[in-house]
Design a binder for this molecule. Sequence first.
Ligand SMILES: Nc1ncnc2c1ncn2[C@@H]1O[C@H](COP(=O)(O)OP(=O)(O)OP(=O)(O)O)[C@@H](O)[C@H]1O
Length: 325
Amino acid sequence: MTALDLHHLHKSFGTVQAVQEVSLSVAAGETLTLLGPSGCGKSTVLRCVAGLERPDSGRVEVAGRDVTALPPEARHVGLVFQDYALFPHLSVLGNVAYGPRMRGAARTTAEAQAREVLALVGLEALASRRVTQLSGGQQQRVALARALATGAGLLLLDEPLSNLDEQRREELRSELRALFARVGAGVLLVTHDQREALALSDRVAVMRSGRVVQQGAAPQVFDRPATAWVAAFLGWENLLPGGPGRVRLVPETAVRLGTGDAFPVTRRQRTDTGLTVTVAHPHGPLTLHLSAREAAALDGDALRVDVDASRVLDVPDDRVDGAAP
Ligand SMILES: Nc1ncnc2c1ncn2[C@@H]1O[C@H](COP(=O)(O)OP(=O)(O)OP(=O)(O)O)[C@@H](O)[C@H]1O
């Protein structure tokens, strides 16, 4: 069953076309991440799904039901947005039980449900604490628990880990993936962080200027960008000139070191894991990341490299069309 289906969604703010022709779906138990530069329309898509914005045209279906005209509270989706908006005067348990209470559950039932999801996110021991007495990471988990307690088949997460330090982010990232799998809800996630997208998502949709320009299984999109713009956005470094209007994408895994012809090293920069070098290859400058061991073996000012042409991707160059983000 699909948790979410978006059909041809459009939303403008004045002259800004924030979302154009966006169609996508999220299956139950699946996590789809919207990726794209700031201002490309990710949050607007999420807000249209939540019912916080009304699309100009298009249809939003949650679990097969058309909810396009319904207010947020009638859509039955769980929201975790950047500011968690927890109730400071309530305990952890009170915050999580709030949703079920609002839907008419008796106090004891609501609290039992709340304890169940608090156990899922590993916070049962803190149930009676005030949320103001929690760390940022713990508050984040309360926000998640509150969304889960609604029992919604669709969770919307907007930069859910943005307020955490790097170490907490990594911990919560792996916890979240397991948690999503356990609850079986569909998840639509927005993040700026590509590592987060790769770690958490089954699929990703890359947005540019309000449109989805590529979607697919996460490893596939990261490994096989469809265009030069997507490659550059995803952090590919070696975009070499191809035929007219084309770009050759050289994955680092296509480059073997220490064999083939020797080419001059034109730049070298020490990094925390080794050395980054740029090699003047006849096809164009190649940037390569060498491990400490490979760097130690680098002899003089030249490097032997052999590019496996069968692994080079030939894609259209769509980078310069003057479009906004
Ligand atoms: N309420 C609004 N009024 C006017 N313009 C808006 C409004 N909300 C969003 N926009 C504009 O719509 C476009 C898309 O914004 P949106 O917040 O969806 O982008 P985003 O990809 O989520 O960005 P970020 O990653 O920075 O959060 C932007 O140009 C933004 O300025």
